[in-house]
Write a protein that binds this ligand. Structure first.
Ligand SMILES: Nc1ncnc2c1ncn2[C@@H]1O[C@H](COP(=O)(O)OP(=O)(O)OP(=O)(O)O)[C@@H](O)[C@H]1O
Length: 727
C-alpha cells in the first residue's frame, strides 16, 4: 500500500463539493493500490521531473502527483487536480526537489516567476492608518542587520523571495509577504521580521540538512518527514485522515500542519513534568490535543487525562479530540483512552470512586474530620455566612470573604493544616498580608466556624474535594493509594489552584510523560500565582515557549499586549513571564470608538454589528464581549431591539446563526472572526467598591487579573477587533 502525502494546502482549495468527493474517491483508491484499473497512474513524456505521474480522477479531471520509491515503500506526493490539458501542462514543468541549503522539499514549477510581493494587498480592508511621523529610512530586514547572504545562503530562502523580503519597509509588510508563502518560508520571514538571529531560526525550525542516504527518493521521503516540511506536506494515514484533509478548510489547518515546535512538543518523550507556555493563540491547546491523541495511538492501553479549568473549556477540548481523531476512545476516569474533564469534575470523580473507608481516612488526613456528604459541594458563599454570624477583631481586609477563601485554599488546605498549633507554625509564603500570632489565632477561629458550618450540611468545598482526592490517591496509613492515569495533560495551568495541582500530581505515578502542562500567566483570570515547586511538581529544565500566534493578527495582538504593559506576570516556575510574541497573520488595525454614555455605547455596538451582518459576515462568527452578566443581558437585549439576532451566552455553547454576547471571562478559550469589546476603561461602581475593600496586595493582584481579562478578550478576535471605551 503506498503512502500518500498531500503537498501544501492544495486539497483545501478544492472547494467544489463534487470535486472534493471525486478527489477523495481517487485518493482512497490510490492509497489502497496504485495499480487499480481506472486510476491510470502514468508518467508524462518530456516531464521536467521523472517522478511526475498523472492520474485519472474522471473524464475531465486529472491529478498530478510525484511517485517516490525509497527503500521499499512507495510514496505519492499529491500536488493537485486540474482539467485534463492543464494537468498535462503542470505535470510537464513541475519538479519536487530538495532545497540545496537546508534540504527542505520544494515543489517548483519551471518558468513560473515567483509572484512579486504585494504587501498592500493584505491591507485592503484596513481603515485609514494614522500618519506615521517618519517613514523608516531602511527596509525592515537590512535595518535589523540581515543581509542577502543570511537569507539565501544560510537559511535557504529562494532568491526572488529573499530579494522581495529585503525591500519591504515594515514588519507588517513583511508579515503580508510571509502570508503569501505556506510552510517554512513563511515561518522564516515571520521570525526574521521579529528580529530573531539566523542561528536561532535554524535551530527552532530545524533547518539543518540531513546527510544523504545515497538514494535520492529516500532522501526526499526523509526530507518530507522533517518537522519544518510538515508545515506544508501532510502524511495521510488512513481514510479518516484523508477525508479530514480533503474536507478541511483553513480553520482546520491545526489538525494537519503543525509548527515544527508544536510537533516537537507533541512527540517529545519527557522524563517528568513538562511545561509549554505561550501567549494567547500560540497553539498550546492544539499541542495538548495532538499529544493526547499521539499518546493514545502509541499505547492503546494508556489511561490519559486531559483536563482544564472549566467544564466549558473541557467540552471544547473534547470536541477537538473528536475532530482530530474520531477513533480515540473518550472514556471514564481510569479507563484506557482519553478522559476529558474540567479539573473540579475530576476531583469529584475521584472522590466518588473512592471506597468509603479510604475516603474517610483521606478526609481525616486533610481536615481532621469526615463529612457525611462528600459528593456534595458547598457554594463559596459559605465564608459570607461565617462573617455574618461571627464577630471578629480582625481588620476588614482580613475578615473579608475573598481573603479568607484564599487563605483557606492557598495556605490551610494544601498543607493539610488541622489544628491551631499547625496553623501558627505554617509558612504563609506568597500571601501579601502578614498575620501576627493573635491575628492567626483569630483567623483560625473563623476557619473552625467555616468547618462547623460545612459539617452541618456534610459537604466539601471545591478546594477541599481536590486535596481530599489527592490524599486518597496518595494513600494513607491504613489504605494504599492508586494511580488512575498514566498521562495527565493540563490546559490553562495558570488558573489552577494548589488543590488542583496536588490532585493532578497524585493522579499519575511520577515518571516519563506523567504531567504535561500548558499555561499562559498573562491569561491568569481566576487563580493566584502558584509556584509548582512547592506542590511537588518539579519542571526544572523541562519548560519551553511557543511564540507564534496563529489566531490573532499582528495589529490586534499589539493592542492586546499593550494592555499588559507596566506590570510583571509570574509563571508557574516563579519566573517573570516573557512576551515577544509574533503573529502569523496581518489585518486591519483595531478600531477604537469612544462612548460617554451607556446608550451611546449600545448604539455603537449595534451599528458595528449590523454593518458586518450587512456585509454578509455570518452572525455566529461575531462576538460582543462585555465585563459582566448584567451588561451582557443588556447588550443582547439592545441588539435584539434593533432587529439583530443575538444570544446572551452563559454556560451553554454559543448557538449557530446568532451573534454571541458573553462576558470576557466566559470568552476564554473561544475565538471569533470579529469581536467588539465594550466598556474598556470603565469600572462599574460595585467593582470599584469591591476593589476598595481589599488588602493592598490583593487589590494589586485583582487589578492585574482585570488586565489579563482584557488581554484574553482582545485575543479572541481572528480578524477584526473593535474596542468601545466608556468614560
Ligand atoms: N499549526 C497551526 N496551523 C494553523 N492554525 C493553528 C495551528 N496551531 C494553532 N492554530 C490555530 O490557532 C488558534 C489558537 O490555537 P489554540 O487555541 O491551540 O491556542 P492557545 O495557545 O491554546 O490559545 P489560548 O491561550 O488563547 O486559548 C486556533 O484557531 C487554532 O486552530
Amino acid at each position: 500500500m503506498p503512502t500518500l502525502v498531500m503537498a501544501g494546502k492544495t486539497p483545501n482549495k478544492i472547494t467544489d463539493g463534487t470535486l472534493k468527493k471525486k478527489a477523495w474517491t481517487f485518493l482512497e483508491k490510490l492509497q489502497e493500490d496504485d495499480t487499480t484499473v481506472g486510476l491510470h497512474i502514468e508518467p508524462i513524456n518530456g516531464s521536467a521531473d521523472p517522478r511526475v505521474r498523472t492520474g485519472r480522477v474522471d473524464e475531465f479531471w486529472r491529478a498530478v502527483l510525484f511517485k517516490l520509491s525509497g527503500h521499499g515503500e512507495t510514496h505519492y506526493v499529491f500536488h493537485g487536480i486540474w482539467p485534463h490539458d492543464d494537468a498535462i501542462t503542470v505535470a510537464k514543468r513541475v519538479t519536487l526537489k530538495q532545497n540545496p541549503i537546508n534540504g527542505m522539499p520544494v515543489i517548483e514549477e519551471l518558468d513560473v516567476p515567483v509572484p512579486a510581493p504585494s504587501p498592500a494587498a493584505a491591507f485592503v480592508e484596513a481603515p485609514p492608518r494614522p500618519p506615521v511621523a517618519e517613514p523608516p529610512s531602511l527596509p525592515r530586514l537590512p535595518a535589523l542587520g540581515y543581509s542577502r547572504a543570511d537569507l539565501v545562503d544560510r537559511l535557504g530562502v529562494p532568491t526572488a523571495i529573499a530579494e522581495a523580503a529585503l525591500t519591504v519597509l515594515t514588519e507588517d509588510e513583511l508579515l503580508a509577504l510571509a502570508m503569501q508563502h505556506e510552510g517554512w518560508i513563511g515561518l522564516v520571514l515571520i521570525d526574521l521580521g521579529a528580529g530573531d538571529s539566523v542561528d536561532s531560526i535554524i535551530e527552532r525550525l530545524d533547518l539543518t540538512p540531513s546527510p544523504s542516504t545515497g538514494n535520492a527518493d529516500e532522501d526526499l521521503v526523509r526530507a518530507l518527514r522533517r518537522p519544518a516540511a510538515r508545515t506544508e506536506f501532510a502524511f495521510i494515514e488512513g481514510q479518516d485522515a484523508l477525508r479530514q484533509v480533503i474536507e478541511a478548510d483553513d480553520f482546520e489547518a491545526w489538525r494537519v500542519f503543525l509548527h515544527p515546535e508544536q510537533r516537537r512538543y507533541v512527540d517529545q518523550r519527557t522524563s517528568g513534568p513538562f511545561r509549554v507556555s505561550g501567549g494567547a493563540g500560540t497553539g498550546k491547546t492544539v499541542v495538548l490535543v495532538h499529544r493526547a491523541c499521539a499518546l493514545a495511538a502509541r499505547d492503546p492501553r494508556a489511561r490519559i487525562v486531559l483536563t482544564t479549568y472549566t467544564t466549558n473549556l473541557a467540552e471544547a477540548l473534547r470536541d477537538q479530540v473528536r475532530r482530530l481523531d474520531p477513533r480515540v476512545p473518550l472514556v471514564a476516569l481510569g479507563e484506557a483512552g482519553i478522559h476529558v474533564t474540567g479539573v473540579d469534575a475530576l476531583a469529584s470523580a475521584v472522590v466518588r470512586r473512592a471506597p468509603g473507608p479510604a475516603l474517610d481516612a483521606a478526609q481525616v488526613v486533610v481536615l481532621g474530620e469526615t463529612r457525611s456528604q462528600p459528593n456534595q459541594r458547598i457554594p463559596h458563599a459559605r465564608w459570607r455566612a461565617v462573617l455574618d454570624h461571627v464577630s471578629t477583631t480582625l481588620p476588614s481586609t482580613v475578615a473579608h470573604e475573598s481573603f479568607l477563601q484564599d487563605e483557606y485554599a492557598l495556605v490551610v488546605l494544601p498543607s493539610s493544616v488541622r489544628t491551631l498549633e499547625e496553623y501558627l507554625r505554617i509558612r504563609r509564603t506568597g500571601r501579601g498580608v502578614a498575620l501576627d500570632r493573635s491575628a492567626r489565632t483569630e483567623v483560625w477561629r473563623l476557619v473552625q466556624e467555616y468547618r462547623t458550618l460545612a459539617r452541618l450540611d456534610g459537604s466539601l468545598d471545591f478546594a477541599e474535594a481536590g486535596v481530599v482526592a489527592s490524599a486518597y490517591l496518595q494513600g494513607t496509613d491504613e489504605h494504599p493509594g492508586e494511580h488512575l492515569a498514566d498521562h495527565v495533560l493540563v490546559d490553562e495551568g495558570q488558573d489552577l489552584s494548589p488543590a488542583h495541582w496536588k490532585l493532578l500530581r497524585a493522579l499519575a505515578a511520577p515518571g516519563p510523560d506523567d504531567l504535561f502542562i500548558a499555561e499562559d500567566s498573562h491569561q491568569r483570570i481566576y487563580g493566584h500565582r502558584t509556584p509548582l515547586k512547592r506542590l511537588g511538581v518539579s519542571i526544572v529544565g523541562r519548560s519551553r515557549r511557543l511564540t507564534l500566534n496563529y489566531r490573532t493578527t499582528a495589529q490586534n495582538l499589539r493592542w492586546a499586549l499593550a494592555q499588559l504593559d507596566g506590570s510583571e506576570w509570574v509563571d508557574l516556575e516563579g519566573e517573570v513571564e516573557q512576551t515577544g510574541y509574533r503573529s502569523a497573520r496581518t489585518g486591519p488595525a483595531p478600531e477604537v470608538l469612544r462612548a460617554t454614555t451607556l446608550t451611546q455605547e449600545l448604539e455603537l455596538v449595534a451599528e458595528h454589528v449590523a454593518g458586518w451582518l450587512r456585509n454578509s459576515v455570518s452572525a455566529e462568527t461575531i462576538a460582543v464581549l462585555v465585563p459582566d452578566r448584567q451588561q451582557r443581558d443588556r447588550t443582547a437585549q439592545a441588539l435584539a431591539d434593533r432587529g439583530i439576532g443575538a444570544f446572551a451566552v452563559d454556560r451553554e455553547r454559543p448557538p449557530a446563526g446568532k451573534v454571541a454576547v458573553m462576558t470576557r471571562h466566559r470568552a476564554k478559550g473561544t475565538e471569533f472572526s470579529r469581536v467588539v469589546l465594550t466598556d474598556v476603561g470603565w469600572t462599574a461602581p460595585w467593582d470599584a467598591q469591591r476593589l476598595a475593600t481589599l488588602a493592598d496586595s490583593e487589590r494589586v493582584d485583582a487589578e492585574q487579573r482585570d488586565r489579563s481579562v482584557l488581554y484574553v478578550a482582545a485575543t479572541r478576535a481572528r480578524d477584526e477587533l473593535v474596542i468601545v471605551t466608556r468614560s
